[in-house]
Write a protein that binds this ligand. Structure first.
Ligand code: AMP
Length: 403
């Protein structure tokens, strides 16, 4: 693979896999453009060198071919604004209403240096998700260099994310700037972590996080478990958890994880106390109580004061921090204190020199909500991809470029 920052794109047509899978409201307006802004530096570098960029992405999950709701055409104006925002540029953005075929190849052929072509939704073809080789080859003809900047889909072996790479010589395929920083931040945490290394895992379900916890047992010194998933562990240890979330069929797994952690000398921290509520609602009555003595009819919806104190202390003493998943139902104000104070502890540790990586939809939403995104070392754009990376899986989008 080539190094993107060293590559001179002058005269090249760069076919760039981006992740423009942004949320749209009922008026087809973009409600969060993070994924688009994250890849703008990659596009700008190609254009500044004197290259042109052909952008391809999926949007949503179209079931039956072309559907207006999922058309990337709705993104063209905003892309134009993002590329020309400061008024000094006049980057032309063209749109091809089919990602392969005559119009796409004609527009790509006539594209001049400094111009951009956005292709229609790749998933309008079933071949994309199937990783179809012929479809990938057709796409590959639209450019002479392949750049993958879509970390969010790096865990998928799709035509445009992985299969396509084989149609470019090794020196003509590379990660974009975003992909590169995602991969280096993740590698830094997983393979070059300075100790103590604390992983903070939260969210609703143990079943979603078993593989990541098992893999982290090989690397971390401390694992903090919060959120709804903590109660399966607490019940498995004999605690009374009332009506809190619990996956009874995962209790043995929870016990196995606790046992393995002991053998490997990894400290697992469960919340000693919880904020419990008498209903799952914003106006519930609440109390701070020991997490293993929750009365029937009550449920733990956030970590309690004592747990926050203990978790924060562990975090503040860490040199490497990974955070995935909220500590409670942070969408409701009454239950957001745990997530907020844990985010603040991560920010403090980062200020003192720790490397902190936050990833996964809800923890990213939380750092944004509390205005702490610029107080952590890296906020990942990849939910599922990051999770799979930390589960120890090979991500096809990364492997295809490197191989
Ligand atoms: P996940 O998608 O697995 O990371 O889970 C995120 C969701 O878990 C968020 O919507 C939280 O509201 C929810 N959550 C966190 N803590 C709890 C809890 N104690 N009880 C129920 N849901 C929770």
């Amino acid at each position: 693979m080539s190094k993107f920052s060293d590559f001179n794109f002058a005269g090249h047509k760069a076919l760039v896999r981006v992740d423009f899978n942004v949320p749209l409201d009922e008026h087809l307006e973009i409600t969060d453009d993070t994924r688009m802004t994250a890849t703008i530096p990659t596009i700008k570098k190609i254009l500044a060198d004197g290259g042109s960029a052909i952008l391809m992405s999926h949007l949503g999950r179209p079931k039956d071919g072309p559907t207006n709701k999922y058309s990337l055409e709705h993104l063209v104006n905003h892309l134009h604004e993002l590329l020309n925002g400061d008024g000094t540029n006049n980057v032309k953005v063209f749109f091809a209403n089919d990602c392969i075929g005559e119009q796409a190849s004609m527009t790509s052929n006539m594209l001049k240096p400094g111009e951009v072509l956005l292709l229609e939704n790749l998933r309008f073809y079933k071949e994309e998700e199937k990783g179809d080789k012929d479809f990938a080859e057709k796409l590959s003809k639209l450019g002479d260099v392949y750049v993958n900047d879509a970390f969010g889909t790096a865990h998928r072996a799709h035509a445009s994310t992985a299969v396509i790479a084989q149609f470019f010589a090794t020196d003509k395929r590379m990660f974009g700037l975003l992909m590169n920083s995602e991969v280096s931040s993740a590698e830094k945490v997983l393979h070059q972590s300075e100790k103590p290394f604390t992983a903070i895992i939260g969210g609703a379900k143990v079943s979603d996080k078993i593989l990541i916890i098992e893999n982290l047992l090989e690397r971390a010194t401390d694992i903090i478990i919060g959120g709804g998933m903590a109660y399966t562990f607490l019940k498995a240890r004999g605690g009374k958890i009332g009506n809190s979330l619990c996956e009874d069929d995962r209790m043995q797994t929870a016990l196995d994880i606790l046992e393995k952690a002991k053998l490997k000398n990894v400290s697992i921290h469960l919340p000693e106390t919880s904020i419990i509520a008498d209903k799952f609602a914003a106006d519930a009555n609440t109390k701070d109580c020991p997490s293993d003595q929750i009365p029937d009819g009550w449920m733990g919806l956030d970590i309690g004061g004592k747990a926050i104190g203990i978790f924060s202390e562990v975090i503040r003493n860490s040199k490497t921090i990974l955070w995935n998943g909220p500590m409670g139902v942070f969408e409701m104000e009454k239950f957001q204190n745990g997530t907020k104070l844990i985010a603040l502890a991560i920010a403090d540790a980062t200020e003192k020199g720790a490397f902190s990586l936050v990833g996964g939809g809800d923890s990213v939403a939380a750092v944004n909500q509390f205005n702490l995104a610029d107080k952590v070392s890296y906020v990942s754009t990849g939910g599922g991809a990051l999770l799979e990376y930390f589960e120890g899986k090979v991500l096809p989008g990364i492997a295809a470029i490197k191989d």
